[in-house]
Write a protein that binds this ligand. Structure first.
Ligand SMILES: *Cc1c(COP(=O)(O)O)cnc(C)c1O
Length: 378
């Protein structure tokens, strides 16, 4: 008999640096009393990220959603943008706030990213950009999307909220497309409490983004555009600097957890794992998605989600429902039948994965899943 976990196992648990390290950083802030508005720690964090990503075209924000909203505004995107319904709702909200019409098209069945063929089929004279999501940390079909964007003269924008630390060959994931938005929210594999970042190709955008995130101020007396307030503060930047130091360690631990899950779950009938990524991809293991085949496994993903809770294991149904099925987007006309996205949203569960999750806990979670299969379908 497998006993339920005494403490809840959530889908994620944020990494925190040693408290003493953080306290030392806070002392500097107490000394200078510089809390926000492009302070010294923010400048240091920005420089470290410039070194990490080997580019100066970086702008930091208080969260990823506002970063993406500002990106679309600063780039002058309008009309229609082709995007995925299989994402966190903020991807679409960023379009809405810019009065852009989202055109939802289907995803591919292996890694759940935008299907390039469906993208191409959805282009109209009003299309100005593609907004794709590297969902769960899986790189999109980079070459195919770049090719479509080039041939149709569209901007290619990536919601890169899940892919901090991912590399393709010897390139950073941020080297693809015109712009990438990263989220440093506490639940992401890299975080700064909350935070967001844009990395972009066109150097000229930097000034625009800097204005837009700071009310449009050019100097004390001049406001050059109706900006908003989306600045990252000093405590966020401090957390970011300190978590960045541990990034490799965090990713290595997540990789071990991912390996163990894959090893133990591959034998469970009705549990489908994402196919191995190309060995040229350096992954960050941001999420641990599984697809549940109700017939073969013996219960639906929803039933498994509920059952796991009885063992104090809190998986998530990311991303159910699809964004286009939320009440606020139900009036958006969707021409694509979204066959794959609907099937995946019905079957997908993301299991707990975070650096401090013990391998023995992963073993127990997998034993619970196997026992549920044996009871219900085996
Ligand atoms: C987390 C997330 C966002 C939003 O980022 P915040 O920093 O929380 O505003 C956007 N898109 C995706 C895919 C996300 O997972």
């Amino acid at each position: 008999m497998i006993k339920p976990f005494e403490k809840p196992i959530y889908v994620t648990k944020p990494f925190l640096p040693p408290l003493e390290e953080f306290r030392q950083g806070l002392e500097e802030i107490w000394e200078t009393r510089w809390l926000t508005n492009n302070g010294p720690i923010l400048q240091r964090f920005t420089q470290e990220l410039c070194d990490f990503f080997e580019t100066d075209n970086i702008c930091l924000f208080n969260n990823g959603t506002l970063a993406l909203q500002i990106a679309l505004q600063g780039m002058g995107i309008s009309g229609e943008v082709i995007t995925t319904p299989f994402t966190f709702v903020a991807t679409t909200h960023a379009l809405f706030w810019n009065k852009i019409r989202p055109v939802f098209v289907d995803i591919e069945p292996d890694y759940y990213t935008l299907d390039p063929e469906k993208v191409e089929a959805a282009i109209t004279p009003w299309t100005t950009a593609i907004l794709a999501v590297h969902v769960y940390g899986h790189p999109c079909k980079l070459n195919a999307l770049a090719d479509i964007a080039r041939r149709h003269n569209l901007k290619l924008i990536y919601d890169a909220a899940h892919v901090f630390g991912v590399k393709v060959g010897n390139k950073s994931i941020a080297d693809f497309g015109d712009l990438s938005m990263f989220s440093f929210h506490a639940t992401k594999s890299f975080h700064s409490l909350e935070g967001g970042m844009l990395i972009f190709r066109e150097t000229g955008l930097k000034g625009v983004f800097d204005y837009l995130k700071n009310f449009g101020f050019k100097n004390e007396f001049e406001v050059v555009m109706p900006g908003t307030n989306a600045k990252m503060n000093e405590i966020q930047a401090l957390m970011g600097i300190q978590v960045l130091k541990y990034l490799d360690e965090i990713i290595q631990k997540r990789a071990k957890i991912n390996d163990l899950y894959r090893h133990l779950l591959k034998e469970v009938p009705g549990i489908r794992l994402v196919p191995a990524l190309s060995p040229t991809v350096r992954q960050n293991h941001a999420y641990m998605p599984i697809e549940v085949d109700e017939q073969e496994f013996g219960m639906s993903s929803d039933a498994l989600y509920e059952k796991l809770k009885q063992w104090n294991v809190h998986s998530r149904r990311y991303f159910y429902p699809l964004v286009c099925d939320y009440a606020c987007y139900r009036n958006v006309s969707v021409k694509d039948p979204l066959t794959v996205a609907r099937r995946v949203a019905d079957r997908l569960l993301t299991l707990p994965i975070y650096d401090s999750l013990e391998l023995s806990e992963v073993e127990t979670i997998c034993e619970i899943i196997m026992s549920l299969h044996l009871e219900n379908g085996g």
